[in-house]
Design a protein around this ligand. Structure first.
Ligand code: HGY
Ligand code: MN
Ligand code: MN
Ligand code: MN
Length: 396
Protein backbone atom coordinates (compact mmCIF):
# COMPACT_ATOMS: atom_id res chain seq x y z
CA UNK A 1 0.00 0.00 0.00
CA UNK A 2 2.73 2.57 0.78
CA UNK A 3 4.09 2.51 -2.76
CA UNK A 4 0.51 2.66 -4.10
CA UNK A 5 -0.05 5.79 -2.03
CA UNK A 6 3.28 7.29 -3.13
CA UNK A 7 2.53 6.57 -6.79
CA UNK A 8 -0.95 8.07 -6.63
CA UNK A 9 0.42 11.09 -4.80
CA UNK A 10 3.24 11.61 -7.26
CA UNK A 11 0.75 11.36 -10.15
CA UNK A 12 -1.78 13.78 -8.68
CA UNK A 13 0.31 16.27 -6.75
CA UNK A 14 1.96 18.05 -9.74
CA UNK A 15 -1.42 18.64 -11.42
CA UNK A 16 -2.71 22.10 -10.79
CA UNK A 17 0.48 23.80 -9.67
CA UNK A 18 0.24 27.41 -10.87
CA UNK A 19 3.49 28.06 -12.77
CA UNK A 20 3.68 31.62 -11.44
CA UNK A 21 3.81 30.94 -7.73
CA UNK A 22 4.24 27.20 -7.33
CA UNK A 23 1.00 27.10 -5.37
CA UNK A 24 -1.97 25.03 -6.51
CA UNK A 25 -4.97 26.50 -8.26
CA UNK A 26 -7.60 23.98 -9.29
CA UNK A 27 -10.84 25.67 -10.25
CA UNK A 28 -13.90 23.45 -10.65
CA UNK A 29 -14.90 22.46 -14.16
CA UNK A 30 -11.84 24.05 -15.70
CA UNK A 31 -8.15 23.87 -16.24
CA UNK A 32 -6.09 21.65 -14.00
CA UNK A 33 -9.04 20.54 -11.88
CA UNK A 34 -10.24 18.91 -15.08
CA UNK A 35 -6.94 16.95 -15.19
CA UNK A 36 -7.24 16.03 -11.53
CA UNK A 37 -10.80 14.91 -12.13
CA UNK A 38 -9.68 12.79 -15.13
CA UNK A 39 -7.03 11.29 -12.81
CA UNK A 40 -9.75 10.38 -10.29
CA UNK A 41 -11.92 8.79 -13.01
CA UNK A 42 -8.92 6.70 -14.09
CA UNK A 43 -8.20 5.62 -10.50
CA UNK A 44 -11.81 4.54 -10.05
CA UNK A 45 -11.78 2.60 -13.32
CA UNK A 46 -8.52 0.87 -12.30
CA UNK A 47 -10.29 -0.32 -9.11
CA UNK A 48 -13.56 -1.26 -10.73
CA UNK A 49 -15.39 1.48 -8.81
CA UNK A 50 -18.67 2.46 -10.47
CA UNK A 51 -18.69 6.17 -11.32
CA UNK A 52 -21.69 8.35 -10.57
CA UNK A 53 -21.99 12.04 -11.58
CA UNK A 54 -24.79 13.77 -9.72
CA UNK A 55 -25.49 16.78 -11.94
CA UNK A 56 -24.05 19.20 -9.36
CA UNK A 57 -20.46 18.57 -10.40
CA UNK A 58 -19.90 15.94 -7.69
CA UNK A 59 -18.49 12.54 -8.64
CA UNK A 60 -18.61 9.33 -6.59
CA UNK A 61 -16.67 6.10 -7.19
CA UNK A 62 -18.75 3.25 -5.73
CA UNK A 63 -17.46 -0.07 -4.36
CA UNK A 64 -20.80 -1.86 -4.76
CA UNK A 65 -20.29 -4.37 -1.99
CA UNK A 66 -23.11 -5.73 0.18
CA UNK A 67 -26.23 -3.66 0.68
CA UNK A 68 -27.86 -1.28 3.14
CA UNK A 69 -26.89 2.32 3.93
CA UNK A 70 -23.60 3.18 2.25
CA UNK A 71 -20.46 4.47 3.93
CA UNK A 72 -19.18 7.55 2.12
CA UNK A 73 -15.64 8.92 2.26
CA UNK A 74 -13.59 11.25 0.00
CA UNK A 75 -13.09 15.03 -0.05
CA UNK A 76 -12.43 17.62 -2.81
CA UNK A 77 -9.85 18.27 -5.55
CA UNK A 78 -10.37 21.99 -6.08
CA UNK A 79 -8.11 24.45 -4.27
CA UNK A 80 -7.84 28.08 -3.32
CA UNK A 81 -5.63 30.31 -5.47
CA UNK A 82 -2.00 29.46 -4.66
CA UNK A 83 -3.11 26.82 -2.22
CA UNK A 84 -1.34 23.77 -0.90
CA UNK A 85 -1.14 20.23 -2.30
CA UNK A 86 -2.89 18.43 0.55
CA UNK A 87 -6.10 20.36 1.34
CA UNK A 88 -8.66 18.16 -0.40
CA UNK A 89 -6.54 15.78 -2.48
CA UNK A 90 -5.15 14.03 0.61
CA UNK A 91 -8.66 12.89 1.48
CA UNK A 92 -9.28 11.58 -2.03
CA UNK A 93 -5.93 9.76 -2.42
CA UNK A 94 -6.23 8.32 1.11
CA UNK A 95 -9.74 7.03 0.37
CA UNK A 96 -8.47 5.18 -2.71
CA UNK A 97 -5.47 3.94 -0.69
CA UNK A 98 -7.79 2.72 2.08
CA UNK A 99 -9.82 0.69 -0.43
CA UNK A 100 -6.57 -0.84 -1.73
CA UNK A 101 -5.54 -1.72 1.81
CA UNK A 102 -8.92 -3.26 2.66
CA UNK A 103 -8.68 -5.40 -0.46
CA UNK A 104 -5.06 -6.40 0.37
CA UNK A 105 -6.38 -7.52 3.77
CA UNK A 106 -9.13 -9.52 2.06
CA UNK A 107 -11.89 -7.40 3.63
CA UNK A 108 -15.21 -7.35 1.77
CA UNK A 109 -17.53 -4.70 3.20
CA UNK A 110 -21.10 -5.67 4.10
CA UNK A 111 -22.33 -2.38 2.64
CA UNK A 112 -21.39 -0.12 -0.28
CA UNK A 113 -18.47 2.26 0.13
CA UNK A 114 -18.35 5.46 -1.95
CA UNK A 115 -15.40 7.79 -2.61
CA UNK A 116 -16.80 11.26 -3.27
CA UNK A 117 -15.11 14.22 -4.92
CA UNK A 118 -17.26 17.22 -4.04
CA UNK A 119 -17.18 20.21 -6.38
CA UNK A 120 -16.21 23.77 -5.49
CA UNK A 121 -15.42 23.07 -1.84
CA UNK A 122 -13.27 26.20 -1.58
CA UNK A 123 -15.74 28.49 -3.30
CA UNK A 124 -12.75 29.88 -5.18
CA UNK A 125 -14.62 30.07 -8.49
CA UNK A 126 -18.27 30.86 -7.70
CA UNK A 127 -17.78 32.40 -4.25
CA UNK A 128 -19.82 29.92 -2.19
CA UNK A 129 -17.78 27.30 -0.33
CA UNK A 130 -18.92 23.66 -0.45
CA UNK A 131 -21.23 24.49 -3.37
CA UNK A 132 -21.28 20.87 -4.62
CA UNK A 133 -22.27 19.37 -1.28
CA UNK A 134 -24.68 22.24 -0.54
CA UNK A 135 -26.50 21.56 -3.83
CA UNK A 136 -26.50 17.78 -3.29
CA UNK A 137 -27.99 18.14 0.21
CA UNK A 138 -30.49 20.80 -0.86
CA UNK A 139 -28.83 23.35 1.45
CA UNK A 140 -28.41 25.62 -1.59
CA UNK A 141 -31.14 25.62 -4.20
CA UNK A 142 -30.47 25.43 -7.95
CA UNK A 143 -31.74 29.00 -8.36
CA UNK A 144 -29.37 30.27 -5.69
CA UNK A 145 -26.51 28.49 -7.50
CA UNK A 146 -27.65 29.86 -10.87
CA UNK A 147 -27.38 33.39 -9.46
CA UNK A 148 -23.65 32.87 -8.87
CA UNK A 149 -20.99 33.65 -11.47
CA UNK A 150 -17.23 33.40 -11.55
CA UNK A 151 -15.03 36.46 -12.02
CA UNK A 152 -15.56 36.37 -15.77
CA UNK A 153 -19.34 36.23 -15.35
CA UNK A 154 -19.58 32.50 -16.21
CA UNK A 155 -22.43 30.66 -14.43
CA UNK A 156 -22.01 27.18 -12.96
CA UNK A 157 -24.20 25.40 -15.52
CA UNK A 158 -22.35 26.95 -18.45
CA UNK A 159 -19.03 25.99 -16.83
CA UNK A 160 -20.26 22.41 -16.46
CA UNK A 161 -21.46 22.24 -20.09
CA UNK A 162 -18.09 23.62 -21.20
CA UNK A 163 -16.50 20.78 -19.27
CA UNK A 164 -18.74 18.19 -21.00
CA UNK A 165 -20.83 17.57 -17.88
CA UNK A 166 -24.61 17.58 -17.93
CA UNK A 167 -25.85 20.01 -15.27
CA UNK A 168 -28.82 18.80 -13.22
CA UNK A 169 -28.57 21.02 -10.19
CA UNK A 170 -30.50 20.05 -7.11
CA UNK A 171 -30.87 17.70 -4.18
CA UNK A 172 -29.22 14.42 -5.16
CA UNK A 173 -31.00 11.18 -4.36
CA UNK A 174 -27.71 9.25 -4.13
CA UNK A 175 -27.24 10.82 -0.70
CA UNK A 176 -30.49 9.18 0.51
CA UNK A 177 -28.64 5.85 0.50
CA UNK A 178 -25.70 7.17 2.54
CA UNK A 179 -25.65 6.15 6.21
CA UNK A 180 -22.56 8.09 7.25
CA UNK A 181 -19.69 10.20 5.88
CA UNK A 182 -16.05 10.10 7.00
CA UNK A 183 -13.68 12.67 5.46
CA UNK A 184 -9.92 12.50 5.89
CA UNK A 185 -8.24 15.91 5.68
CA UNK A 186 -4.86 17.44 6.32
CA UNK A 187 -4.95 19.36 9.58
CA UNK A 188 -5.06 23.13 9.08
CA UNK A 189 -3.21 24.07 12.24
CA UNK A 190 -0.71 22.55 14.66
CA UNK A 191 -2.83 20.80 17.32
CA UNK A 192 -1.60 17.36 16.27
CA UNK A 193 2.00 18.64 16.24
CA UNK A 194 1.61 19.90 19.83
CA UNK A 195 0.01 16.61 20.85
CA UNK A 196 2.67 14.59 18.99
CA UNK A 197 -0.05 12.57 17.22
CA UNK A 198 -0.06 11.64 13.51
CA UNK A 199 -3.84 11.39 13.27
CA UNK A 200 -6.77 12.93 15.15
CA UNK A 201 -10.52 13.41 14.82
CA UNK A 202 -12.57 16.58 14.48
CA UNK A 203 -15.04 17.41 17.24
CA UNK A 204 -16.68 20.43 15.63
CA UNK A 205 -16.43 23.18 13.02
CA UNK A 206 -16.57 26.77 14.21
CA UNK A 207 -19.39 28.97 12.91
CA UNK A 208 -18.12 30.97 9.98
CA UNK A 209 -19.38 33.45 7.42
CA UNK A 210 -18.46 35.38 4.26
CA UNK A 211 -19.62 39.01 4.07
CA UNK A 212 -19.34 41.38 1.11
CA UNK A 213 -18.56 45.02 2.02
CA UNK A 214 -19.34 47.55 -0.72
CA UNK A 215 -17.55 50.82 0.07
CA UNK A 216 -18.54 53.66 -2.27
CA UNK A 217 -17.03 57.13 -2.60
CA UNK A 218 -16.25 59.70 -5.26
CA UNK A 219 -13.84 59.00 -8.07
CA UNK A 220 -11.53 61.93 -8.65
CA UNK A 221 -8.12 62.95 -9.97
CA UNK A 222 -5.25 61.67 -7.80
CA UNK A 223 -3.29 64.85 -8.43
CA UNK A 224 -5.69 67.72 -8.54
CA UNK A 225 -7.97 66.69 -5.65
CA UNK A 226 -6.90 68.06 -2.29
CA UNK A 227 -6.91 65.46 0.50
CA UNK A 228 -9.60 67.39 2.43
CA UNK A 229 -11.88 67.31 -0.61
CA UNK A 230 -11.86 63.56 -1.09
CA UNK A 231 -14.47 60.89 -0.39
CA UNK A 232 -12.10 57.96 -0.74
CA UNK A 233 -13.61 54.48 -0.11
CA UNK A 234 -10.12 53.00 0.03
CA UNK A 235 -9.49 54.88 3.29
CA UNK A 236 -12.78 53.68 4.78
CA UNK A 237 -11.89 50.13 3.74
CA UNK A 238 -8.35 50.43 5.15
CA UNK A 239 -9.63 51.65 8.54
CA UNK A 240 -12.15 48.79 8.58
CA UNK A 241 -9.47 46.19 7.82
CA UNK A 242 -7.67 47.37 10.96
CA UNK A 243 -10.90 47.60 12.97
CA UNK A 244 -12.08 44.12 11.95
CA UNK A 245 -8.75 42.59 12.98
CA UNK A 246 -8.89 44.40 16.34
CA UNK A 247 -12.50 43.37 17.05
CA UNK A 248 -11.80 39.76 16.06
CA UNK A 249 -8.86 39.65 18.43
CA UNK A 250 -11.02 41.08 21.23
CA UNK A 251 -13.71 38.46 20.47
CA UNK A 252 -11.19 35.60 20.40
CA UNK A 253 -12.28 34.97 16.80
CA UNK A 254 -10.84 35.46 13.30
CA UNK A 255 -11.58 38.03 10.62
CA UNK A 256 -9.84 38.27 7.26
CA UNK A 257 -10.26 40.61 4.32
CA UNK A 258 -8.55 38.36 1.79
CA UNK A 259 -10.13 39.53 -1.44
CA UNK A 260 -10.54 43.05 -2.87
CA UNK A 261 -12.01 44.49 -6.03
CA UNK A 262 -11.31 48.19 -6.66
CA UNK A 263 -12.95 50.44 -9.22
CA UNK A 264 -11.66 51.90 -11.43
CA UNK A 265 -8.40 50.36 -10.10
CA UNK A 266 -6.26 53.10 -11.67
CA UNK A 267 -3.07 54.39 -10.08
CA UNK A 268 -3.95 58.02 -10.70
CA UNK A 269 -7.63 57.98 -9.72
CA UNK A 270 -9.18 58.19 -6.27
CA UNK A 271 -11.32 55.03 -6.29
CA UNK A 272 -15.07 55.26 -6.76
CA UNK A 273 -15.62 51.97 -5.02
CA UNK A 274 -13.93 49.19 -3.08
CA UNK A 275 -15.59 45.78 -2.73
CA UNK A 276 -14.01 43.72 0.03
CA UNK A 277 -14.91 40.21 1.21
CA UNK A 278 -14.63 39.46 4.91
CA UNK A 279 -14.21 35.88 6.17
CA UNK A 280 -15.11 35.80 9.87
CA UNK A 281 -15.11 32.82 12.27
CA UNK A 282 -15.75 32.53 15.99
CA UNK A 283 -16.16 29.78 18.55
CA UNK A 284 -19.90 30.32 18.92
CA UNK A 285 -22.76 31.56 16.77
CA UNK A 286 -23.54 34.33 19.25
CA UNK A 287 -19.98 35.68 19.28
CA UNK A 288 -19.86 35.61 15.47
CA UNK A 289 -23.15 37.52 15.23
CA UNK A 290 -21.95 40.05 17.78
CA UNK A 291 -18.59 40.47 16.03
CA UNK A 292 -20.25 41.28 12.72
CA UNK A 293 -22.65 43.71 14.38
CA UNK A 294 -19.74 45.65 15.90
CA UNK A 295 -17.77 45.68 12.65
CA UNK A 296 -20.80 46.79 10.62
CA UNK A 297 -21.61 49.56 13.11
CA UNK A 298 -18.04 50.85 13.05
CA UNK A 299 -17.99 50.69 9.23
CA UNK A 300 -21.06 52.94 9.07
CA UNK A 301 -19.55 55.42 11.52
CA UNK A 302 -16.26 55.45 9.60
CA UNK A 303 -18.05 55.96 6.28
CA UNK A 304 -19.96 58.93 7.73
CA UNK A 305 -16.64 60.51 8.75
CA UNK A 306 -15.13 59.89 5.31
CA UNK A 307 -18.16 61.05 3.34
CA UNK A 308 -18.40 57.59 1.81
CA UNK A 309 -21.04 54.86 2.11
CA UNK A 310 -20.85 51.17 2.98
CA UNK A 311 -23.30 48.31 2.42
CA UNK A 312 -22.73 44.87 3.95
CA UNK A 313 -24.24 41.65 2.56
CA UNK A 314 -23.85 38.27 4.27
CA UNK A 315 -23.04 35.95 1.33
CA UNK A 316 -22.99 32.78 3.46
CA UNK A 317 -23.19 32.11 7.18
CA UNK A 318 -22.61 28.56 8.44
CA UNK A 319 -23.62 27.80 12.03
CA UNK A 320 -21.47 25.66 14.30
CA UNK A 321 -21.33 21.97 13.33
CA UNK A 322 -20.79 19.28 15.95
CA UNK A 323 -19.70 15.96 14.46
CA UNK A 324 -21.50 12.73 15.31
CA UNK A 325 -20.62 11.63 18.86
CA UNK A 326 -21.34 7.94 18.19
CA UNK A 327 -19.14 7.93 15.10
CA UNK A 328 -16.36 9.68 17.00
CA UNK A 329 -16.66 7.17 19.85
CA UNK A 330 -16.42 4.25 17.40
CA UNK A 331 -13.35 5.70 15.65
CA UNK A 332 -11.43 7.59 18.31
CA UNK A 333 -9.10 4.73 19.43
CA UNK A 334 -7.33 7.03 21.88
CA UNK A 335 -6.63 9.73 19.30
CA UNK A 336 -6.97 13.48 19.96
CA UNK A 337 -10.41 14.99 19.21
CA UNK A 338 -10.00 18.64 18.21
CA UNK A 339 -12.22 21.47 16.89
CA UNK A 340 -11.43 23.23 13.65
CA UNK A 341 -12.22 26.68 12.23
CA UNK A 342 -12.03 25.34 8.68
CA UNK A 343 -15.22 24.58 6.82
CA UNK A 344 -15.65 21.20 5.10
CA UNK A 345 -18.15 19.23 3.05
CA UNK A 346 -18.42 16.98 6.12
CA UNK A 347 -19.93 19.96 7.93
CA UNK A 348 -22.54 20.41 5.20
CA UNK A 349 -23.48 16.71 5.25
CA UNK A 350 -23.63 16.68 9.07
CA UNK A 351 -25.92 19.72 9.04
CA UNK A 352 -28.09 17.94 6.45
CA UNK A 353 -28.53 15.05 8.90
CA UNK A 354 -25.95 12.58 7.60
CA UNK A 355 -23.86 11.36 10.58
CA UNK A 356 -20.37 12.62 9.73
CA UNK A 357 -16.87 12.65 11.16
CA UNK A 358 -13.41 13.76 10.08
CA UNK A 359 -9.94 12.29 10.44
CA UNK A 360 -7.09 14.82 10.48
CA UNK A 361 -3.54 14.06 9.44
CA UNK A 362 -0.70 15.99 11.10
CA UNK A 363 0.64 19.00 9.18
CA UNK A 364 4.11 19.89 10.53
CA UNK A 365 3.93 23.44 9.16
CA UNK A 366 0.37 23.95 10.46
CA UNK A 367 -0.02 26.22 7.42
CA UNK A 368 -2.84 25.77 4.91
CA UNK A 369 -4.25 27.63 1.91
CA UNK A 370 -0.60 28.15 0.97
CA UNK A 371 2.13 26.17 -0.84
CA UNK A 372 3.76 25.85 2.59
CA UNK A 373 1.11 23.28 3.60
CA UNK A 374 2.84 19.97 4.43
CA UNK A 375 2.25 16.40 5.55
CA UNK A 376 4.86 13.69 6.04
CA UNK A 377 4.38 10.53 3.98
CA UNK A 378 4.69 8.42 7.13
CA UNK A 379 1.80 10.32 8.74
CA UNK A 380 -0.22 10.09 5.52
CA UNK A 381 0.22 6.31 5.59
CA UNK A 382 -0.94 6.22 9.23
CA UNK A 383 -3.95 8.19 7.98
CA UNK A 384 -4.67 5.66 5.25
CA UNK A 385 -4.47 2.81 7.79
CA UNK A 386 -6.79 4.69 10.16
CA UNK A 387 -9.23 5.36 7.33
CA UNK A 388 -9.12 1.71 6.18
CA UNK A 389 -9.77 0.52 9.75
CA UNK A 390 -12.60 3.03 10.13
CA UNK A 391 -14.26 2.12 6.82
CA UNK A 392 -13.98 -1.60 7.65
CA UNK A 393 -15.61 -0.91 11.03
CA UNK A 394 -18.39 1.31 9.62
CA UNK A 395 -19.12 -1.01 6.67
CA UNK A 396 -19.30 -4.19 8.79
O1 HGY B 1 -12.41 28.00 3.96
C1 HGY B 1 -12.46 26.92 4.53
O2 HGY B 1 -12.61 26.86 5.73
C2 HGY B 1 -12.31 25.63 3.76
O3 HGY B 1 -10.98 25.43 3.50
N1 HGY B 1 -13.10 25.68 2.56
MN1 MN C 1 -9.45 24.66 2.18
MN1 MN D 1 -10.43 21.31 2.31
MN1 MN E 1 -13.72 19.93 2.68
Amino acid sequence: MPDDFERMWSDLAPLGRSPSSGGYFRQPFSGSERECHAWFVEQCAARGLRLEHDGNGNTVGWWDAGDGPAVLTGSHLDSVLDGGAYDGPLGVVSALGAIDLMRERGITPARPIGVAVFAEEEGSRFGLACLGSRLATGTTTPDQARALTDREGVRIEDAMVERGLEPQLGKADWLDDVGCYLELHVEQGRDLVHRDAPVGLASAIWPHGRYRFDFAGEANHAGTTAMADRHDPMLTYAMMALAAAKQARLAGGRATFGRLDVGPNATNAVPSRVTAWLDARCESDEVLTELLAVIEKQAGERADRDGTTVAVAAESVTPEVRFDEDLIARLVAGRPVIPTAAGHDAGVLATAGIPSAMLFVRNPSGVSHSPAETAETADCLVGVEALADALAELAR
